[in-house]
Design a binder for this molecule. Structure first.
Ligand SMILES: [Zn+2]
Length: 244
């Protein structure tokens, strides 16, 4: 060691690792070998490095040169995982389609319910909501002929008539009236006057104010016998009338 200055010695010591790993090609290894011949300290160090180098070599071989063997079930595992993912996706798709179908069905039911509610409201306007106390029936089939009449409200009344029709039944005449403005809460009476002067009642209803109402007011007088239809308020005053 005494034959080398510190810098040259340090440089050779740094090469010892590469030398121990066998990384030095022939010409590079020669000066290291020459030095080792004459330097006990470096030979000692090399003795310590060689087991480490061998260990590194075995690690290299085991961990990097040969890949770890694949589990024999890997192929099946991958296929099963892919199959499960596909099944889950397909199930999702089926679920989405089913949800869409359910939604359509629900919408259909809602539409049907809305139609049903509309029918109930329409019937309610003619019956309960309209405030009919007397006889009120569901509309007859449209084949029943109706006779439009003009019902002029008394000038001081706020009643407005949208339509008024007579229906000549075999059992009596009916007034179908769509109107608004009958004083809310008051009871009104309809009647037909016959050609012998008698007033035949055709039912009562309660005014609902400005809300439009539809009333079917029926009497036992026959159409061919009536000459006038009259609606009076609870004081007996004429609100609407029409000569027939
Ligand atoms: Zn040395």
């Amino acid at each position: 060691m005494s034959t080398f200055d510190d810098a040259a010695h340090r440089e050779l010591r740094e090469l010892l690792g590469s030398y121990a790993l066998g990384h030095l090609a022939g010409p590079e290894a020669d000066p290291v070998r020459a030095h080792l011949d004459g330097c006990a300290a470096c030979r000692l160090e090399l003795d310590g490095l060689l087991p480490v180098a061998r260990a590194l070599g075995s690690v290299d071989a085991a961990a990097f040169a040969d890949p770890a063997p694949l589990p024999p079930t890997l192929g099946d595992d991958v296929r099963r995982a892919v199959s499960e993912a596909r099944s889950a996706r397909d199930a999702d798709e089926v679920g989405r389609r089913r949800e869409a179908a359910d939604l359509r069905a629900r919408r259909g039911r809602v539409r049907l319910a809305t139609v049903a509610a509309t029918v109930v409201v329409a019937l309610g306007v003619g019956g309960v909501v309209g405030g009919v106390v007397g006889r009120a029936t569901a509309p007859e089939p449209p084949t029943v002929p109706t006779e439009a009449i003009s019902m002029a409200p008394s000038p001081q009344r706020s009643v407005s008539v949208d339509s008024a029709d007579l229906v000549a039944h075999t059992w009596g005449v009916e007034l179908r009236i769509v109107a608004a403005g009958f004083a809310e809460g008051q009871t009104f009476r309809a009647a037909f006057r016959t050609d012998d002067g008698e007033l035949v009642p055709a039912g009562e209803f309660i005014g609902v104010g400005d809300s439009p109402m539809t009333c079917f007011l029926q009497s036992s007088a026959l159409r061919e016998d009536v000459t006038q239809v009259v609606i009076t308020d609870d004081g007996g005053e004429t609100v609407l009338s029409s000569d027939l």
